[in-house]
Write a protein that binds this ligand. Structure first.
Ligand code: HEC
Length: 180
């Protein structure tokens, strides 16, 4: 009897936990692909200045739209943020620092981090790594064209999001689902 009860409780817990993670992962996938395709289209069509606008305005707009549509919170965060709105909170910062340390030590960081807050919200954090395409706007001084530098300076006076190399941890997608 006791065993059966425990088993059914475990099963319920496992089933209960799964949809939150699945929903959060779907949000990251959809938004990530959206931002990437907007960026790629803009880079192909007109160059870097348009793409700065994508990462700047459309990324924020898409993020808000997705969140409103699905009743969840999702945003991009970084310990070296370009936009101060994307600075991490305490939990996000701790995970990002662990992951960056793991990468520096040539270890593979975990694929994601999750936890449930005291008030019952489910949180998921998924790393964003730097690819070659990103260096135009997040690389070193030589890799960022003058026009892009100017735009970044004008729009983000406190920018900290340069000096990255391919494969670095750029930040993370952070999702919060309301208490079920
Ligand atoms: C054309 C320029 C450009 C390119 C290319 C670009 N970014 Fe960005 N990125 C920006 C701008 C501008 C922001 C600030 C966005 C905002 O205001 O939310 C930003 C912000 C971010 C953020 C949010 C944290 C922060 O620093 O504010 C992440 C994460 C990020 N970019 C990752 C990437 C990745 C990964 C790539 C490559 C796949 C990439 N970016 C390519 C311009 C760019």
């Amino acid at each position: 009897m006791k065993k059966a009860l425990l088993l059914s409780m475990l099963l319920a817990a496992a089933l209960g936990a799964q949809p939150a993670e699945t929903r959060a992962r779907a949000a990251v996938k959809e938004l990530g692909e959206k931002i990437r395709s907007l960026l790629a289209a803009e880079l192909a069509a007109g160059g870097f200045e348009g793409a700065v606008e994508v990462c700047a305005e459309k990324a924020q707009a898409e993020t808000k739209r997705y969140a409103a549509e699905h009743g969840i919170q999702i945003r991009r965060v970084s310990t070296k943020a370009r936009n101060p709105l994307n600075r991490p909170d305490e939990w996000e910062r701790a995970r990002l620092e662990e992951w960056a340390a793991a990468l520096q030590a040539n270890k593979t960081p975990p694929e994601f981090a999750e936890h449930t807050t005291e008030s019952g919200e489910y949180r998921l954090l998924m790393p964003i790594r730097v690819q070659a395409l990103c260096l135009t706007c997040h690389g070193n001084d030589k890799q960022i064209p003058a026009g892009v530098k100017k735009l970044i300076r004008e729009n983000y006076p406190g920018d900290a999001a340069t000096g990255y190399a391919n494969g670095d941890l750029r930040g993370a997608f952070s999702v919060t689902l309301p208490r079920p």
